[in-house]
Design a protein around this ligand. Structure first.
Ligand SMILES: [Zn+2]
Length: 386
């Protein structure tokens, strides 16, 4: 079964490459990777009428399939990862929510093992260094000012697998924490913030490069007080995360971000919680109880939106069909940009020879039909092999 049997040619589809879309394109998979050479006599899967796009990269995700990355067992975390893979996310960063420092350090240890074995692409600490004014679904009693020593403690606990921290950079210690993260190549993301426009500019100058779910959990734009949104949208050094679930953002707000920042500076994320790919009901988000009704997650106390139940295949579908963003731009912001930010674009994020064979097959209506990760079908497209 070695050699030839490990090769597959995916043919006949529209293939979205970094240089544009190729009609009637081919992707040759050899083992776990995309191959640059023609595989002679390899089985051909006819995917006419379909799109092939790179596997999705989610840099902000708290769970799915009924499982939480903040509190679940290793098996539960893997269930969450698997659920998102079935929806096209082949690279996933696990996000934690606010908890006690010791608890988060312990979680970092557990999650870092899953990063080391290749199931996760890193850890994102969202909280506890965020603003009580913009706490969203984070436990207020556990919030702290950003402290470089404590940021350091979590980085150490994560043993090099911490990829991002969301900080309210206007709080005492915020700018020093941004500098520390930037020095270590960890993304400093501005979010759950009450910063002014000027304070946001200061944080970007100090090295912050991401806006955590732009618009959500930050002051709105005012014409005399433009706040963080204007600063984050206008600065070339910043990538803005967007939750495209139809609940967190009005389509016009998403379109505004695309038009102003450009697709190269947008990262589509889920910010998903346990109920993603699972269903309505009662859940826990860290210490807080959440009720999910009609796919919308809200805190039982206070009614604040508590993460999403989004999966990236839906985010993709909405972006193309409702928001009318060109397919190539959606691919850029759902795969390439987050892969670049995470420092893994040499392996994933585009369909290029030598990279992991991570790809998503969509039908003409942009519905997910297949998912391949490292050359293996997670979801096998139902078409005839010739
Ligand atoms: Zn989040």
């Amino acid at each position: 079964m070695a050699g030839r049997a490990e090769s597959t040619v995916l043919a006949g589809a529209r293939v979205v490459l970094p240089t544009g879309t190729v009609e009637n394109g081919r992707v040759t998979v050899e083992g776990t990777r995309i191959s640059g050479t023609q595989a002679e006599n390899a089985p051909v899967l006819d995917l006419s009428g379909h799109w092939i796009v790179p596997g999705f990269v989610d840099m902000h995700n708290h769970g799915g399939g009924g499982a939480s990355f903040t509190s679940g067992t290793v098996d539960e975390v893997l269930t969450g990862v698997r659920t998102h893979r079935e929806h096209g996310t082949t690279t996933l960063v696990a996000s934690t929510v606010t908890g006690e420092m010791d608890f988060l350090a312990e979680r970092a240890g557990i999650l870092s093992e899953l990063v080391e074995q290749g199931d996760l692409a890193g850890i994102h600490f969202e909280g506890p260094f965020i603003s009580p004014c913009r706490k969203g679904a984070h436990s207020e009693a556990l919030l702290r000012h950003p402290d470089p020593a404590e940021v350091r403690k979590l980085m150490d606990a994560a043993r090099g697998t911490a990829k991002m921290f969301t900080l309210a950079t206007e709080l005492p210690g915020g700018i020093d924490s941004v500098r520390l993260l930037a020095e270590h190549g960890v993304i400093a993301a501005i979010g759950h913030t009450d910063a002014t426009y000027e304070q946001t500019v200061e944080a970007i100058d100090a090295g912050a490069t991401v806006a955590t779910h732009l618009y959500n959990a930050m002051p709105a734009i005012g014409h005399r007080a433009p706040g963080p949104i204007a600063a984050l949208l206008e600065d070339e050094r910043v990538t803005v995360e967007l939750i495209n679930d139809g609940t967190h953002l009005h389509p016009a707000a998403l379109e505004l971000a695309y038009h102003h920042a450009g697709a190269d500076r947008v990262a589509l994320i889920t910010d998903a919680m346990d109920a993603a790919g699972f269903g309505d009901g009662r859940y826990q988000l860290g210490p807080l109880a959440v009720n999910v009704e009609n796919g919308v997650a809200r805190l039982v106390e206070g009614n604040s939106i508590a993460g999403s139940t989004l999966t990236l295949d839906t985010a993709f579908h909405r972006a193309v069909t409702i928001d009318r963003i060109p397919v190539e731009d959606v691919v850029t912001s759902i795969s390439a940009n987050p892969a670049r930010l995470l420092g893994v674009y040499d392996k994933v994020g585009s369909l290029e020879p030598g990279k992991d064979a991570d790809l998503v097959v969509l039908d003409e209506d942009f519905r997910l039909k297949g998912v391949m990760r490292k050359g293996e079908w997670i979801v096998r497209p139902e078409t005839a092999t010739s």
